[in-house]
Design a protein around this ligand. Structure first.
Ligand SMILES: [Zn+2]
Ligand SMILES: [Zn+2]
Length: 156
């Protein structure tokens, strides 16, 4: 969705609310992205404040279990109509008074996304030897003492 911002930039106290969904094609995003928020001008500053929510579809980095969870990302930005000062990460410069909200929200979603996902914080993962899911219980590998492993351990 594009937000036309001329009326917001030009009038103190102006505001506009939005509540919509858009498709963000990515293998990790298993639903449309729902965006709800507003853009408003207060004491001369134009602020965009929104919450984007979507269903994450990923696999656990340790045990490969599928992960599906609802994720919410807060998007809060100060908007300026053109670069008044030097480039600054704190501001979003809006060209032609027109903001591509989908693009901005998409960037916020990917910035907030962790580098990897775990099914739970203390996931035990898979046994490197037999591949058993150790969340389901210990495998027999650790108990079995292989003399060849003991010989290797002595080397280190
Ligand atoms: Zn896991
Ligand atoms: Zn094992």
């Amino acid at each position: 969705m594009y937000l036309e911002l001329e009326a917001i930039f030009n009038r103190e106290g102006a505001s506009r609310e939005f509540d919509y969904s858009f498709a963000l094609p990515d293998e990790l995003i298993a639903s449309d992205v729902h965006v709800k928020g507003s853009v408003y001008k207060k004491t001369g500053i134009v602020t965009l404040d929104a919450v984007a929510s979507y269903t994450l579809g990923a696999v656990c980095a340790k045990c490969n279990a599928p992960i599906r969870r609802e994720v919410s990302v807060r998007a809060q930005h100060t908007l300026i109509p053109h670069a008044e000062t030097q480039e600054d990460d704190d501001y979003i410069v809006v060209d032609n008074m027109r903001l591509d909200l989908d693009e901005l929200i998409g960037e916020d979603i990917f910035l907030a996304m962790p580098y990897r996902f775990l099914c739970k914080e203390d996931c035990k993962g898979l046994c490197p030897q037999c591949g058993q899911d150790l969340n389901a219980g210990p495998c027999s590998c650790k108990k079995a003492t292989d003399p060849r492993w003991d010989a290797l351990k002595d080397l280190f």
